[in-house]
Design a protein around this ligand. Structure first.
Ligand code: NAD
Ligand code: MG
Length: 390
């Protein structure tokens, strides 16, 4: 029996994790649930799964949640500090980090510092401060199991392998809704269109990141830290069917792939149950349904975010943190139709040029400062958008 803290329980990953929990009541128990502002769903989840405590980080929702759960004797907390506290409780065995964006960093770090097992969906944590997080995990004996499907695939391919025998990892990308499109088309696309992902149903931010290929850029950086790779060991290939979730190539030329249908419940279940595999009755891949599995190079010229992210990864220091902050601001602006699709890359690039480079961020505070500074610049650039909606 594992007792879980599910951070971001109302999101796409969080709700799917609760489906896995509901299907395996003898294996998992919910100790903590957290959400930012979706109090209605958080209350419903708490009544159903009966956690010991819930955290609603948006303070304006605290009274509502508190009153709704008082009869159930569920503890209710608010604010980010509460989140960093509850993950350290002795009663928590596994922390699922499923908050979106930089907002997930402090709670992940707190869980790692407490030596917990962390099932990590929140890739931004590793993009921003991967070096710090992995160093702390090694020091404190914390285990990080990836939930992101590509990284779960790589993790599964590496079971029983010697890490020093990896030649490279090959991250697969679906290509998103605009695969094959060129700038003359992309210049006019709106959020409503970019939100239609062909293979995966996910939260709004990652769906836009998938359309711009920033998601794959962030995942390169995530892979670098998770698996301790050099930049030149990380390759990306477009595979529109999303059946192969990623691959590892070893020094003898042998390649292992992990496959399955595109369903996040699988990597979520794997991360929660690790090192065990548990049974389920979900739909299986039938290769007769696929006349072809196809591969093509990624278009770094059209989807410039991929090139910009690679550059930030190679530069290192606070560059990925700045990249991430600018991207969060601009994706948010794009979702509100305040900046254009292609403008996002220009503005991320300008933000990277504007924020002073720090080669060796010394502390968490340095990352917070770089994040805040990048957000200020990115917002300034967004305000100068051709759409001029501010
Ligand atoms: P989502 O937007 O659906 O859910 C986000 C969750 O985080 C919600 O529960 C929300 O209440 C909470 N949250 C948002 N802002 C917060 C804040 N400031 N403080 C505390 N909590 C906050 O997002 P998602 O699609 O579930 O993605 C979650 C993470 O998992 C992201 O980092 C994403 O990149 C990663 N991921 C998601 C998928 C997917 O299929 N959805 C796949 C791979 C990786
Ligand atoms: Mg992914």
């Amino acid at each position: 029996m594992k007792r879980l803290a599910i951070l971001g329980s109302t999101g796409s990953i969080g709700t799917q994790a609760l489906e896995v929990v509901a299907a395996n009541p003898s294996l998992f128990e919910v100790e903590i649930l957290s959400a930012h502002s979706n109090s209605a769903l958080l209350i419903e989840q708490a009544r159903r799964f009966k956690p010991n405590a819930v955290v609603v980080t948006d303070e304006s929702r605290y009274n509502e949640v508190k009153e709704a759960l008082v009869m159930q004797q569920i503890k209710v907390f608010t604010g980010e500090a509460a989140l960093t506290d509850v993950v350290t409780w002795d009663s928590v065995d596994v922390v699922l980090g499923a908050i979106v964006g930089f907002a997930g960093l402090s709670s992940t770090l707190a869980a790692v510092a407490a030596g917990k097992r962390v099932a990590l969906a929140n890739k931004e944590t590793l993009v921003v401060a991967g070096e710090l997080v992995m160093k702390l995990a090694a020091e404190k004996g914390a285990t990080i199991i990836p939930v992101d499907s590509e990284h779960s695939a790589i993790f599964q391919c590496l079971v029983g392998e010697d890490m020093s025998r990896i030649e490279k990892v090959i991250l697969t990308a679906s290509g998103g809704p605009f695969l094959g499109r060129k700038p003359n088309y992309l210049v006019n696309v709106k959020a409503s269109h970019a939100l239609q992902h062909p293979n995966w149903s996910m939260g709004a931010k990652i769906t836009i990141d998938s359309a711009t290929l920033m998601n794959k850029g962030l995942e390169m950086i995530e892979a670098k830290w998770l698996f301790g790779l050099r930049d030149d060991q990380i390759d990306v290939i477009v595979h529109p069917q999303s059946v192969i979730h990623s691959m590892v190539q070893f020094i003898d030329g042998s390649i292992k792939a992990q496959m399955g249908l595109p369903d996040m419940k699988l990597p979520i279940q794997y991360a929660l149950a690790w090192p065990y595999r548990i049974e389920n009755d979900w739909k299986r891949v039938d290769f007769r349904d696929y006349a072809k599995l196809t591969f093509e190079p990624a278009d770094y010229k059209t989807f410039r975010n991929l090139a910009i992210a690679r550059e930030a990864m190679e530069r290192g220091g606070n560059a990925p943190c700045v990249l991430n902050a600018a991207n969060e601001v601009l994706v948010n602006a794009f979702l509100q139709n305040k900046v254009g699709f292609l403008e996002m890359s220009d503005m991320i690039e300008k933000t990277l040029e504007s924020v002073p480079f720090i080669e060796h961020p010394a502390s968490l505070e340095d990352y917070h400062n770089s994040d805040a500074e990048a957000r200020r610049y990115a917002l300034e650039y967004a305000k100068k958008s051709q759409l001029s909606m501010y």
